[in-house]
Each structure stands twice: as C-alpha cells, then as structure tokens.
Design a protein around this ligand. Sequence first.
Ligand SMILES: Cc1cc2nc3c(=O)[nH]c(=O)nc-3n(C[C@H](O)[C@H](O)[C@H](O)COP(=O)(O)OP(=O)(O)OC[C@H]3O[C@@H](n4cnc5c(N)ncnc54)[C@H](O)[C@@H]3O)c2cc1C
Length: 379
Amino acid sequence: MYDILVIGSGFAGSVVADRLAREAGKKVLIIEKRDHIGGNCYDKKDEHGILIHQYGPHIFHTNIKEVYDYLSQYTEWYNYSHEVVAKVNGEYIPVPFNLNTLKIAYPDKAEELEKKLIEIYGQGKRVPILDLRENKDEDIQAIADYVYENIFLRYTMKQWGQKPEDIDPAVTGRVPVLVSDDNRYFQDTYQGMPLHGFTPLFEKMLDHENIDVKLSEDAKEHLEFKEDGIYLDGQLFKGEVIYTGALDELFDCKYGRLPYRTLTFDFEYMKEDSFQPKAVVNYTVDEDFTRITEYKKLTGQQAEGTTIMREYPSAYTGENGQIPYYAIINDDNMALYNKYVGLVGKYNNFHLLGRLAEYKYYNIDGIVDKALKLAKEIM
Ligand SMILES: Cc1cc2nc3c(=O)[nH]c(=O)nc-3n(C[C@H](O)[C@H](O)[C@H](O)COP(=O)(O)OP(=O)(O)OC[C@H]3O[C@@H](n4cnc5c(N)ncnc54)[C@H](O)[C@@H]3O)c2cc1C
C-alpha cells in the first residue's frame, strides 16, 4: 500500500515525506512515536496562551537559499535576529564576546583594547582565543582568559558534564572573539522564526493526500530485519525506508548504549510583562542551569504575562521520558555507532537520516538540506 516508510516526523522525516509525496507522487507512511509531529522543533501554546518550544528554543538561520526558499513555501517569517547575553557577576554581556562586551568587561581600557584588536586582527574578524593567547601583548592574552573563564569554562562543564581537565584544548582554542559590534548570534543571510510557529509549518508540509501519519507508535514494534529484507508488520517491505530515530535503540542497544546528553526543561509562567533583556540569557559562571529562554521575546508574541524556561543538562540514561539531545562525538562513540551501522548496511532500501540516526549534530538548515538531497536521490 505504501511506497515509502518514514520513521520520525522531525525536519528529517517530514521533508523527505513532503518531497516524495508531492514531487514523485509516492504514497508515504510516517510512523512517529511521540503524540505530535515536528520532532524537537515542535511548539504549542501553554495553558497561559504563550507559544513555547517544548524541546528548547529553536531559531531558524541559514546561508542556503534553497533551504530558505523551500521552507518559505510553508511559512511566512517573523523577522527576528537572535542576540544572546550572558549573566556574569550580575551584568548582562553580549555573547559571543565582541566589541560591545569589551566595553562592559573593561570600561576603562575598552577604547585602547578595541584599537589594538582591530589593528592586529582586522575589523569584523572572528578570532579564536588560541590566537589571542599566542599574542605577546598581555592585554590581548587577558581578553582570552576573560572569555575562557567567564563565558566558556563553566557553561561547557554544565553542558557536557565535564571537568576542566577533560575539556579538549582544541575545542577551547576555537572559542571566538568577534572584532565587531554586531551583537547578532548568527551572521547568516536568512534568519527568523516561522510567523505562526513551527508546528503549523509541519502541518502544512504533511498535509497531502499521499501522506499518512501514525502518531504514538514506536517503529520498533512494527519492523523486523530479516535475511531477505525489512518487514513491516510481518510483510516484506519493498519500498524505501527512511529512519530518523536512534540507531542503537532500534536494536535494543545490544552493543551498548550510544552516549548522549539530555536536557530537563523547567517552565515557569510569570505575571510580569518581561523577565530578562533578551530571549536567551546564558548562565556562564553560576547556577546549575545553562540558560533561560523567555519565549515571547523569541516569537514576538504579544501576550499578558510571560513564560520562561530553565535548561538543565545531564547524562542520557534511556529512562522513560528522557530524550537524547546531543550526541557525544568522539572516536570510541563513533566506533560503537559504526557497529550499529553494520547491522543495516546490507539493506539497500534503508536510509539513515537526521541527528539521531546519523549520531551527529545538525542545525535545522543542515538537516533540511540533507533531506532534500536524499529525497532527490531516491526520486
Ligand atoms: C535544545 C536544542 C536547541 C536547538 N536549537 C536550534 C536552533 O536554534 N536552530 C537550529 O537550526 N537548530 C537547533 N537545534 C537542532 C534541531 O533541533 C535539529 O536540527 C532538528 O531537530 C533535527 O531534526 P531531526 O528530524 O533529525 O530530529 P528530531 O527533531 O529529533 O526528530 C526525530 C523524530 O523521530 C522520532 N522517533 C525516534 N525514534 C522513533 C521510533 N523508534 N519510532 C517512531 N518515531 C521515532 C522522534 O520522536 C522525533 O519526533 C537544536 C537542538 C536542540 C537539542
């Protein structure tokens, strides 16, 4: 009955389903284990009428025109440029560190330091702190230390559960200082939020007579991998299967669990109109949470009161209700991942796509781009 089976209805699965249904006339079945579509980009109104992102704040940004044009078929955009500040010793400073941060961190010397940075590295440059450290000028080295200690170190320890000695110097060295007073977090050509939210965008994408969506169904209960092929509900499935879930969990973690970081989200509604100066404030030197998002400031919604969300990272254990968010990518974990890939390598009609199935971090534009390419290949 179906030509294509898609597992998961995040951007990876939904884009492939949309393209194959609309462009190639294929009959597509999507199986989704949550009770809603949209994967981690799902948003909805909370009980106070505030539009929230259930799985953490998502901001669309890209330099890929094809991706922007493609998504624009399904949504208009709220013109939003993301700016993030960190709360350091009671003060809000722009991150990544830039010339405006410099003015707050070094009120007396900012002008002199700014001149030095521009002279040495050039206006508009993105300079890794490793390069600043290698400079002989003590002032420049001090800026690198400031960024490391006040913006990077504790935030990274919380995010990845690491001790300072475990933090890879190669990663530390890449932390940037922007020789610019552009406070935008992303410099991409296209950025914004879907005007009516992400969920309506997904609803439009999947609203097609060739697409059926089954919610609250775990594909594991429906699939079997046998010698002669992949079986769906006891029948050999000859069409293409696009899998966007975690590969280890599909095989009951038989070689061991792939390590991930998970997040706990703590939502709070407040009667006041505004809680913080920007949509996202990072807590880089104190507190157990990494950041607070104030949703109205992200979506531009006008509403009474405001909803904020604190984000607490921890190790993913696979317990009920936990979601694996960030793959912990290193050589050992990739070797384990590749063992699982070995279990599916012989099925030519089985495709791994997305942040879970590929054990990889993707931004929205990256996965939309990859999904468009896979759909073309299949066509
Ligand atoms: C906290 C956080 C913030 C982020 N912020 C941004 C941002 O600001 N901008 C940006 O560009 N990107 C952001 N991202 C990245 C973005 O979330 C991903 O690019 C995107 O979600 C990837 O889509 P996906 O379809 O691969 O995965 P997902 O959205 O995770 O979708 C996978 C789907 O598969 C389903 N599934 C899994 N296993 C099964 C199964 N066995 N059976 C049935 N269904 C299954 C899941 O329920 C899920 O719905 C963020 C990520 C996180 C974690």
